[in-house]
Design a protein around this ligand. Sequence first.
Ligand code: ADP
Ligand code: MG
Length: 236
Amino acid sequence: MNTAAVLVRCESAARTYGAGATAVVAVHGASCEIRAGDRIAITGPSGSGKSTLLHLMAALEEPTSGRVTWPGLTGKPGPETVGVVFQGPSLIPALDVVENTALPLVLSGRPEPSARRRALDCLALVAAGHLADKLPEELSGGQAQRVAVARVLAAAPRLILADEPTGQLDRVTGRHVIDVLLATADTLGAGLVVTTHDLRVARRLSRQWSMDDGRLRAGPDTFPASAPATPQGAGP
Ligand code: ADP
Ligand code: MG
């Protein structure tokens, strides 16, 4: 039995945008648990509800029905407990790259020199150290995406939610970003969820879930693993 802390639990969590005839059900009642140590890919076409589900897990959105709770965290999620790598642009235009990366640490009271040092270390991990004093507008989409990853790593959260973190990266850089996310999640003992529509990326994580038209399909491995039945006479 998996006794690791449940970092987030969704119980029939649903999110509808708008009302009446124009209402869009982005996520139908989704039920799942993410524990420390979990490595989960969520695949699905564009518009299937992946980003909305991650935003529910990060408390950035309220479910319109059902519940989302964080039994293994104290208090509500914040950058130091649940780190989100956003799918779209998320850097603050007026701050340079190192200031953007250090911001969650500074906001949580860390002295600036120490926050900058940690930010620079995390930028180096995603091969973005040389971008430290650039402004977001000077970055390519892929560079900005790597900085967004570094900002999450710097905050050392218990749960990392990465929304298509390789969407704008070439294959080699994308593979490297997944390497860094996996290694950091291991170091922190964190849970890691990555949404993607690239099956090569999804296969890097130990479990694959999928979303289709707002419905989450968690794999059979969601349930407590039982010993695999070995057919009689099988094997050497
Ligand atoms: P994905 O990340 O899989 O592409 P999303 O979660 O972004 O899917 O979107 C799921 C559905 O919800 C889509 O139909 C999308 O248009 C709709 N949606 C997402 N965010 C909003 C919003 N803020 N307002 C209205 N509709 C939205
Ligand atoms: Mg999305």
